[in-house]
Design a protein around this ligand. Structure first.
Ligand code: AMP
Length: 172
């Protein structure tokens, strides 16, 4: 998996000054690299009885869809506020300055559903932790939380303690 780092492009100061953006588009473009990451996550969770894969807007959708297709289960979009057309539930989370939020359709998950949460990258962990709260508010059981990239120095895993967390490519 370390070798996959050559498919992650570093963009300094994007989307704002001081952020080193880890661009996954070269990985998506390479058929073997894309297949490898999707397969690695699927292999990890194939025997966990996953009912639904919850993908976080927007790059999380790309991986979540491929994983759901391969696992033979459904995909649920977790979106930024105001994007979903039907009735939603919302969870806020802290940013460096202020708050942000994620939403899910209130009927997206049924009590007892086993849910795999997927995003492209974990930084502070706030987005994923808010997504876990959404899933659990609807009665879902989070069987795993999977990321392609983990920025370890930001310590995001601390917000996800007690859950089965997987990341494939780590940066210190
Ligand atoms: P966080 O809630 O801090 O874990 O942020 C995770 C979300 O922000 C993910 O959906 C990522 O796509 C995005 N993100 C945060 N930091 C970066 C970064 N350095 N490079 C690429 N995406 C990032």
């Amino acid at each position: 998996m370390e070798e996959l780092k050559r498919f992650i492009r570093d963009i300094p100061d994007f989307p704002k000054k001081g952020i080193l953006f880890r661009d996954i588009t070269p990985l998506l473009k390479d058929p073997n690299a894309f297949r490898m990451v999707v397969s690695a996550i699927c292999d990890r969770y194939r025997d966990k009885g996953v009912d639904l894969v919850a993908g976080i807007e927007a790059r999380g959708f790309i991986f979540a869809s491929a994983i759901a297709h391969s696992l033979g289960c459904g995909m649920v979009p977790v979106r930024k506020p105001g994007k979903l057309p039907y009735k939603t539930v919302k969870e806020e989370y802290e940013l460096e300055y202020g708050t942000d939020a994620v939403e899910i359709h209130e009927d997206a998950i049924s009590p007892g559903d086993k849910v795999l949460v997927v995003d492209d990258l974990i930084a502070t962990g706030g987005t994923a932790a808010a997504t876990v709260r959404l899933v659990e508010r609807l009665g879902g059981k989070v069987v795993g939380i999977a990321f392609v990239v983990e920025l370890k120095s930001l310590g995001g895993r601390k917000l996800l303690e007690g859950y089965d967390v997987t990341s494939l490519i780590q940066y210190d």
